[in-house]
Design a protein. Sequence first.
Length: 364
Amino acid sequence: MAISDKDTFQKQKAIRYCLSNNILPFLEVIISNLREVTEINTVITDIDVMGVEISRRGKPRRILFDCKTVNKMSAVNRAFWASGVMSYTGCDESYVILTKKASEAHRLSAKSLNVHLFTESDFDAYAESANIGYLDQLSYSSKICNWHKYLEIFEKNPKLKTAGDFLNSRIPIEQDHCKSLRELLGIARTIKGELDPDKDIHMSVYLTLVMSLMLVFAPISSELSDIYDPDMSIENYEKLLRFYIWGGRESYIQRRDLKNAALEFTGQKKAELELPGWAKFIELSRNLLNAPAEISSTLIPCRELAMRFLSDNDVEIDKHLRARLKTSNRTKQFMTAASDYLVSATGLPKDLHTRLTTAISELT
């Protein structure tokens, strides 16, 4: 995506809509094959902007934004395309922003597919009516230049490309959240030697890792809260957590036995199958179970801090970010706990966590 792209300002409008309605935005989400069967990854299409909203029960709701300044197909055909991509990626709703107004019949037909067709001016009016905060633009993430700087981090460093593909394109559409959690920890471990805490661009990547951990934990904690008993012993909770994280008892046993077979072959002792930093993971998961509905309050502050490290600090935007950090007394607590676990479990430099906690303290 280049800064000269004709639909840049439409994408910025979509991002502002997300932020004003507490929806986490992702820019330029690449959609790949469901299952790749060749050595080369192929791209099917991309989503200009995707918003992920977490409900009170922890269920992610995905919103697709399609921005078009050139009308190469009719408005209703754009709606059919958006509907197909929604179905493929598990999105719940779509907004198509066009330069030319669609006919009333096309808009009604699109609405039956849960696709909403807008011109730019109509979308502005709709977004303002949804939340007056759409107009103030008091966020680092609403500035498209910061997104360009952020995405360039992964484009310019080949060693971070896989991490970028995962964080920016796979995390927002993955529906197996335990799988996302396991992969996220693996990704963090592979790039632990690439992140320098003294570099602001690397702090931006680290904040995205923390944000992603919170994003996958929101539905996980909500589901665990339905089966968790506060009177449960730590041993029983640990067993429950093991089975849950690895996809159930049978899946856990199969994976554990396969791992132990390999260990036995090399003369090592058998062991339970655990995520890295298992003791701290148990502590973090139980901490989040105290208020699973509050996990979502960490997402936009994490995104904002990630973008703040890429731009000049703005007093007015900082005031707005400070208010977000104080929306819930759990926000800072959960962010720092997630960061502490991430560093401990993956071997990332500890100074990344130190700089994060310092940035939060300075704002609050």
